[in-house]
Each structure stands twice: as structure tokens, then as C-alpha cells.
Design a protein around this ligand. Structure first.
Ligand code: SF4
Ligand code: SF4
Ligand code: FES
Length: 316
């Protein structure tokens, strides 16, 4: 499988990530807002194969320094909350293996908060303005008649080919790595940025949507899509291969053609008609190879599940 952009910098000849050095030095840029103090702190961390930067930070927190602060949730590259500047590159800490970035000759890994975001404490940054920019492009289906959304009896139609046009952009996990890598965002805090502009494009070309004019009014501005230099640093670091730089170029083309009167959004796709036949209930087959001997899955499915997870946790 091709590694996602921005996650991995070293692979061996077989394409797998090498084993990390036995011990790494994690060098963290820290910030204490109470004392308004910034400093670098180093921690020695024993490693294991597959250990990620997030694993190392959590090991530090548990064994060396409980005051070290970072944000994370899923630990599997889905929630988008563990973005950090690792060895100078914006990456997800949970997807960056130490073996990919540290060697026995150079076992030092530097970890800093994401640039272009205000720092709250240590590695935690404030995403409020980033989320506001995302909200400003109205990231939801808009219809001329809002009742069509609120009261639609069924879904709006979209063919697989039409879905393919936006699929790549729907993979964004709002991790902010693209924004952290963007030189324009560094110099213009008002710049909408690669994430919001990509989502504007995603909704503008969505065949179910009729809000293109409203969104173009937001992006065709001083701090909108025209500020992009197309350096593509955003696409290089995106862990989901969303390719914001390409989306912004396509968005600019739409904005330009529309100014010339050569682009107009078609009417949104219709709501699916009533079902010709009522939905049929299909009996699902249980995968046989997964069932433990003596277990009747149908019986289990009928029995109410009543587990108090708090008790389970307390027993551990
Ligand atoms: S476009 Fe990529 S890098 Fe940017 S927020 Fe979305 S997932 Fe993260
Ligand atoms: S391509 Fe545009 S949005 Fe992406 S990093 Fe460059 S200037 Fe920023
Ligand atoms: S912890 Fe969720 S993306 Fe890293």
C-alpha cells in the first residue's frame, strides 16, 4: 500500500519502515502560558518496532513528565487532532513511526506545535480561527428552497461518476497540516487557507448543491483563492492525499470563468422518487469462520446486551 503523503520519510528496500534506534531523544518545544515561557526539553525514550511519535509522547507523559501537553484522540489517523511539526514537517503524530524519521546515527526527533496556529500550551494549538474559516464557506448542501433539504422525503440523486468528482475532497479530516505548511497562511492570518478553499470547491461542484454563488462570494475575495501561490506545500503534507493545491486551482478556474459569464452552476439534482417496491428485508449470513465453537450468533443477536463497562474497567 502506498504510504499517505507527509507521514513517512524513510522506508527500507522492501517498502517497510525500518526498526527505530533502541532509544530516541524526543526534543519538545514547550510553552507555559501561565509563565509566558518557551523552552526546549529533551527526553530519552526506549522504543519498539512500530512505535509512533504519539506513543513516545504518551510514554513520556506516563513515565517522565505528566505536565507535557498534547492533543490526540483516535490514534489511527482519523480524528485529525494530533497534528504537530515533527522534524520540521507538519505530520500526524499517531501516523509517524520513529523508525521512519530517526536513525542510530541521528536519534533526535524534534516536536513542535503546528505553525500558523496560536499555541495554547506545549504542543496544543488553537483551531478556532481554522474552524471559523471552514464554517465560512458553508460546508453543507444548500438548495434555493431550503425546505427541499429540511423536508426531503429521500436523498438527492448523485451518480457514482458525480460522486467520484468530489470523493477525494470528502476525505479531509480537518487536521490543519495543510494550513500549517502554507506560506501564504504564515504571512496572511486572514487567508482562508487550503482546507477551507478545498471544501468550498468540493461543495461548489457537488451536483446536489445550489449554493455556488454564496460560496464564490466568500472565496473570490482579497483573502480568498487568488492569494494562493500554488507552491503545493499543502498537498505535500496532507495525510489523506486530498490535494488541496489542485482543488484551489480548479476553484480559481471556476471563479475566473464565472467572472467572464462562462460558468454557471446547473440546477441541483432532484430528490429520489418514491421507491418502486417497498424495501425488502434481507437475511444476513453470519461469517462462519468468525464464530467461536458453541456460540449461536442468532441467539446472541436476540438477547439484550447489558454490560456495565465501568465495572469492566474497574476490574482491570
Ligand atoms: S486537506 Fe489534508 S492536510 Fe488539510 S486539513 Fe484536510 S486532511 Fe488535513
Ligand atoms: S498551494 Fe496555495 S494553499 Fe497550498 S500551500 Fe501553496 S499557497 Fe498555500
Ligand atoms: S490521534 Fe487521531 S489523527 Fe492522530
Amino acid at each position: 500500500m502506498k504510504p499517505a503523503h507527509g507521514c513517512i520519510t524513510m522506508v527500507d528496500e522492501l517498502g517497510s519502515i525500518p526498526e527505530p534506534p533502541k532509544e530516541v531523544i524526543i526534543r519538545v518545544k514547550r510553552y507555559d502560558p501561565e509563565k509566558n515561557r518557551v523552552w526546549w526539553q529533551e527526553y530519552r525514550v526506549p522504543t519498539y518496532r512500530g512505535m509512533t511519535v504519539l506513543d513516545a509522547l504518551l510514554w513520556i507523559k506516563e513515565h517522565l513528565d505528566p505536565t507535557l501537553s498534547m492533543r490526540y484522540s483516535c490514534r489511527m489517523g482519523v480524528c485529525g487532532s494530533c497534528g504537530m511539526l515533527i522534524n520540521g514537517v507538519p505530520r500526524l503524530a499517531c501516523q509517524t513511526q520513529l523508525g521512519a524519521i530517526a536513525t542510530p546515527e541521528n536519534p533526535v526527533v524534534t516536536v513542535e506545535p503546528l505553525p500558523n496556529f496560536p499555541v495554547v500550551r506545549d504542543l496544543i494549538t488553537d483551531f478556532s480561527s481554522f474552524f471559523e474559516k471552514h464554517k465560512s464557506i458553508m460546508p453543507y448542501i444548500i438548495r434555493r428552497n431550503p425546505k427541499e433539504v429540511d423536508e426531503a422525503p429521500r436523498e438527492f440523486l448523485m451518480s457514482p461518476e458525480e460522486h467520484e468528482m468530489i470523493y477525494q475532497y470528502t476525505l479531509c479530516i480537518m487536521c490543519g497540516l495543510c494550513y500549517a505548511a502554507c506560506p501564504v497562511a504564515a504571512s496572511d492570518p486572514e487567508y482562508l487557507g487550503p482546507q477551507a478553499l478545498t471544501q468550498a470547491y468540493r461543495f461548489i461542484v457537488d451536483v446536489r448543491d445550489e449554493g455556488a454563488d454564496k460560496r464564490i462570494a466568500v472565496v473570490d475575495t482579497e483573502h480568498g483563492c487568488h492569494r494562493c501561490h500554488f507552491a503545493a506545500s499543502c498537498s505535500a503534507v496532507c495525510p489523506k492525499d486530498v490535494d488541496p493545491a489542485a482543488a484551489i486551482q480548479r476553484l480559481r478556474r471556476i471563479v475566473f470563468l464565472r467572472r467572464l459569464g462562462l460558468w454557471r452552476k446547473k440546477r441541483g439534482s432532484p430528490v429520489a422518487g418514491p421507491l418502486e417496491k417497498p424495501l425488502r428485508q434481507v437475511k444476513a449470513e453470519y461469517p462462519k469462520h468468525n464464530i467461536l465453537p458453541g456460540v449461536d450468533p442468532e441467539q446472541q443477536a436476540r438477547e439484550p446486551v447489558d454490560i456495565d463497562f465501568r465495572d469492566e474497567w474497574l476490574k482491570q
